[in-house]
Design a protein around this ligand. Structure first.
Ligand SMILES: [Zn+2]
Length: 112
């Protein structure tokens, strides 16, 4: 009898630290429709979404507001492709957040 590997698509682990800073991640939640700056469908597997979303925070030094950086990650619930972004508050002009991709976890093999 050969032991069959049961395909399991585990949720990819998010990095415990980025750029040497420990990142505390929240729980994954389904993205809400108010998030308009993210394409809700999956480029890899065409899953219509919404993707799963989580936010990461780093220790705040408490002395410089501009040092407050946080992260967010989006994950396809079907193929588990995950992208990790740094959130940078816009310092000039209208309020907003810049997203810079800092990590990528490729999709898992899709089972038939
Ligand atoms: Zn996908």
């Amino acid at each position: 009898m050969t032991e069959e590997a049961v395909p399991q698509r585990t949720i990819p682990a998010l990095p415990a630290d980025i750029d040497g800073q420990p990142v505390t991640w929240r729980r994954w939640e389904a993205a809400c429709s108010w998030i308009t700056h993210i394409d809700l469908s999956c480029e890899q597997c065409a899953h219509p979404g919404p993707p799963m979303l989580t936010f990461g925070s780093i220790p705040h030094p408490g002395k410089d507001d501009h040092a407050l950086l946080s992260y967010q990650a989006s994950r396809c619930p079907a193929c588990q492709e995950t992208r990790i972004y740094r959130r940078t508050p816009r310092r000039y002009g209208p309020p907003g957040i810049y997203l810079t991709e800092v990590g990528y976890i490729p999709p898992r093999t899709l089972e038939a």
